[in-house]
Ligand binder design. Structure first.
Ligand SMILES: [Zn+2]
Length: 188
């Protein structure tokens, strides 16, 4: 099996066979860059506008459905490279494509802007706490002791010590979480 992109469904779709909620599906319609796409994202230039058919796969009953798995389909609506919706009914998909207008576009733009701002904030906080971590690594044990004794210790460098006992993946996740809460960023 080659590479594919994953589309996150705006709403889970129940599997027609077992009822399990399907939350995403794989597609080879685009450039197969292992991207994760959701409604509002811009797809590759290979496909500009129209409705694309895709099969849904259910992890819960994949084997059982092997012979009939092509029965459940979804339709991706692409408008000038923007993934504007995913529908189970082809007629609805075509209607949505025809009806897409400037206000819908404005909605997408605003949602995308909000998402961009969230990522900017996440990145800024993460950057701050990683800088603090670097400072912490450069400190002597005596300096760390002093920091721990500070009334602001919980907000300062020692606040990240509990992240450091974890493996690298968990440590990064922990630092990211502290960054999100604004911990360790008060003395910049
Ligand atoms: Zn199923």
């Amino acid at each position: 099996m080659g590479m594919f992109d994953t589309v996150i469904l705006p709403e889970p779709i129940p599997c027609a066979t077992c009822g399990e909620a399907i939350e995403s599906f794989q597609t080879k319609h685009f450039e197969k860059l292992l991207q994760q796409l959701q409604v509002g994202d811009v797809v590759t230039e290979k496909f500009i506008s129209g409705v694309l058919e895709n099969h849904l796969f259910c992890d819960a009953c994949y084997e059982a459905k092997r012979d009939e798995r092509e029965t459940q389909k979804v339709y991706l609506v692409i408008y000038h490279r923007i993934l504007v919706g995913v529908y189970t009914d082809i007629e609805v998909a075509h209607q949505k494509f025809k009806a897409f207008d400037k206000l819908d576009l404005l909605d997408f733009y605003q949602n995308l802007y909000d998402r961009m701002q969230q990522w900017r904030r996440k990145y800024r906080n993460f950057h701050h706490i990683i800088s603090k971590y670097k400072e912490y690594l450069a400190m002597s044990e005596a300096e760390r002791q002093k920091d721990r004794a500070s009334p602001f210790a919980k907000l300062h460098l020692s606040g990240i010590e509990d992240c450091l006992a974890k493996d690298i993946v968990e440590a990064l996740a922990c630092l990211l979480e502290k960054g999100e809460k604004g911990e360790g960023t008060f003395f910049l």
